[in-house]
Design a protein around this ligand. Structure first.
Ligand SMILES: [Zn+2]
Length: 393
């Protein structure tokens, strides 16, 4: 089970049976690949993580715990947002394969903040209020629990501190912020309840007993389906799906971002698109599918440098940054390539990028915990990601 994908010249992480370590070590040594055991017993990490996991039957919501999709959605819809209706609303942009809502928290200050209450999509479309819109999504990969958990703490903090923190008030009043905290709810619940290492969606695949598509290889970018960068095998963890946008989770985000966000000239209300993953501590920008530089490479690089510096300033964590393909590995059909350069025909614009600033964050850590961070990591991770987000605004 690859936790980070192999690429030439870089280390990669893989989960194996303890009983296989010496055989794997010998085989890789014969190919001049060295092996280091980073986590001798992952079960101890799982046990630590479980201590910070709220019961699925509990109604309480405490920041810094691992909550279920339902707990997160219910908390924001029924508890948090009703206290801040002057700046916040929740709504669904649609449902997952198994029928779970893709619930978005919208935060924006000033007049006309929303016409959109929580109603089942696709009826709901918030009205544009003229402010630069920001899209932030997390937990599109099911096992990356820390992303949703830290995102929910961040969103909760924005709501609660609006009244007392002038810099947050200024941010909220000048922007139109959209947070999809659990972008792959079926996969996340499957990871919580059945298979902690599950990554993909939970949609069936015709002609295969293997379930699920990698939702970050499924976006309607021109390179969708390209190999390497994704897999044609439904049993692979990077299976690209039967067609671009085959996964309702991906398709609904694409539809919302383009339908809500497109101006007459083809540019977008959305000025920043962030897809938050774990792990590796990286801030990545297009291209994922190509080694050559994207047209706005200098701007992407400068913004990434600022975001990474801001993150380091919080808890000293060092993130690397750069174009995704050369910084980690080639990916096809990923979300940020799509956000930056969608496949749909658009009117030509002087500045042809759709959402010029589209970034993938790979958050904590660099492998000591991997996907299984103890709950004590949630609040510090949220502080870092919030600092990075604010530096990017
Ligand atoms: Zn991921």
């Amino acid at each position: 089970d690859y936790w980070t994908s192999p690429s030439l010249g870089s280390p990669f992480d893989v989960r194996v049976l303890a009983s296989s370590v010496s055989e794997i070590r010998a085989r890789l040594a014969s190919h001049f690949v060295s092996v280091e055991v980073v986590v001798p017993d992952i079960q101890t990490l799982v046990d630590n993580e479980a201590a910070g996991r709220s019961s699925s039957r509990s109604n309480r919501w405490l920041p810094g715990e691992y909550h279920s999709t339902d707990q997160i959605n219910t908390y924001f819809r029924d508890t948090a947002v009703p206290n801040y209706t002057h700046i916040a609303s929740t709504f669904s942009i649609g449902t997952s394969t198994e029928g779970r809502d893709l619930q978005v928290v919208r935060i924006t200050g000033g007049p006309k903040n929303t016409t959109c209450s929580y109603t089942p999509a696709p009826a709901c479309k918030p009205s544009y209020n003229g402010k630069p819109a920001i899209w932030f999504q997390s937990t599109i990969h099911a096992r990356e629990w820390l992303t949703g958990a830290s995102a929910e703490v961040m969103v909760d903090k924005i709501l609660k501190d609006y009244a007392t923190d002038a810099s947050i008030r200024q941010m909220v009043d000048s922007l139109d912020l959209y947070f999809l905290i659990i972008a792959n709810p079926d996969g996340y619940e499957y990871s919580r309840e059945t298979d902690r290492w599950w990554r993909k969606t939970r949609s069936p695949n015709a002609g295969s007993s293997c379930v699920g598509t990698d939702p970050n290889r499924n976006w309607a970018h021109r390179a969708w389906g390209g190999v390497p960068g994704s897999s044609t095998n439904p049993c692979s963890d990077v299976y690209h799906g039967s067609r671009a946008g085959s996964e309702p989770e991906v398709e609904r985000i694409q539809q919302f971002v383009t339908q809500f966000g497109t101006e007459a000239d083809g540019s977008s209300h959305f000025k920043l698109f962030i897809d938050y993953h774990t792990y590796s501590q990286m801030w990545l920008y297009p291209w994922g599918y190509l080694y050559s530089a994207a047209p706005h490479d200098d701007e992407h690089d400068a913004l990434s440098a600022a975001a990474v510096a801001a993150i380091r300033g919080v808890h000293g964590k060092q993130y690397t940054y750069g174009p995704a393909a050369s910084t980690i590995y080639v990916t096809t059909g990923d979300s940020t390539d799509w956000a930056y350069d969608p496949i749909e025909a658009r009117p030509p614009t002087p500045d042809w990028a759709y959402i010029k600033h589209a970034y993938t964050i790979e958050g904590r850590d660099t492998g000591g915990y991997g996907f299984v961070a103890p709950a004590s990591e949630i609040v510090p991770a949220s502080e870092e990601i919030f600092a990075g987000l604010r530096a990017a605004l």
